[in-house]
Design a protein around this ligand. Structure first.
Ligand code: KIV
Length: 271
């Protein structure tokens, strides 16, 4: 029997066993109780309370404005909804880059106040001290390399990262460093599939891709993008599994029309 069908609760050890037995890991974002409940029941292994909440929940252009308090609010709702999946929550921009003491304080707040199981951080050698200190407190850390949206103003564009040899080498070095420090998994965003493969074959920890090709250990997508609730974002890596924008629009149009024409409520819908 496969590892993921046996477990009642996904842990970092389960993810490691999945990699060892070549079982792909399914990860999706969630930010609220109702959708997280559906995501968890559907068998997703890892729920990411991503700082993409800044985009899809709050309408910001980048992930930079979301605060630690807001991430705690979202994570708390997801934790209440989830029975099986491992919950990983993003440390938001500004909550860990200043210094390692601040990073530990932020990670502890996410664990204590929200009850998340692990934190995710963007970057490699430049955040090594913070990663190390957080890990030393017993908090599991997931790394994130490639297109790291918290650095979007440094990159200046959302195009594919690490296409050039130099950047690809640096990414591989950072990935090895994060594994050495003790990260339990790594997200790779928007990089060539060949580099995704190389990193996945080099590391023992699971590598989860978003736009990193098919040869990684698992995939992650933003829930609102894959359900087609968001329409304005259409990168090549995004497969839309539904067109919920149109479905929700249609349902609401029907409701408005029923109210206007006094078709709602009917005899059976009143006391
Ligand atoms: O915030 C997020 O949703 C993420 C994923 C894109 C990996 O970091």
């Amino acid at each position: 029997m496969s590892v993921h069908t046996k477990v009642k609760k996904v842990t970092t050890h389960v993810l490691s066993a999945m990699k060892q037995s070549n079982e792909k890991i399914a990860m999706l974002t969630s930010y609220d109780y109702s959708l997280a409940k559906i995501v968890d029941k559907a068998g997703v292994d890892v729920i990411l309370v991503g700082d993409s909440a800044a985009n899809v929940m709050c309408g910001y252009d980048t992930t930079l404005p979301i605060t630690l308090n807001e991430m705690i609010y979202h994570a708390t709702a997801v934790v209440r909804a989830t029975e099986r999946a491992l919950i990983v929550t993003d440390l938001p921009f500004g909550s860990y880059q200043g210094n390692s003491k601040e990073a530990v304080t932020s990670a502890i707040r996410l664990m204590k106040e929200a009850g998340t199981h692990a934190v995710k951080m963007e970057g490699g050698h430049e955040i090594a001290e913070s990663v190390e200190r957080i890990l030393s407190t017993g908090i599991p850390v997931m790394g994130h390399l490639g297109l790291t949206p918290q650095s979007i103003h440094k990159f200046g564009t959302y195009t594919v990262r690490a296409k050039q040899e130099e950047e690809a080498e640096k990414l591989l070095e950072d990935a090895i460093l994060l594994e050495k420090l003790g990260c339990f998994a790594l997200v790779l965003e928007k990089i060539p599939a060949s580099l995704g493969k190389k990193v996945t074959e080099t590391l023992k920890i699971p590598v989860i891709g978003i736009g990193a090709g098919a040869y990684v250990d698992g995939q992650v997508l933003v829930l609102h993008d894959m359900l087609g609730i968001t329409q304005e974002f259409s990168p090549r890596f995004l497969r839309r599994y539904h067109n919920l924008d149109a479905e929700i629009h249609g349902a609401i149009r029907n409701y408005v029309s029923d109210v206007r024409q006094s078709n709602f409520p009917n005899e059976n819908e009143q006391y």
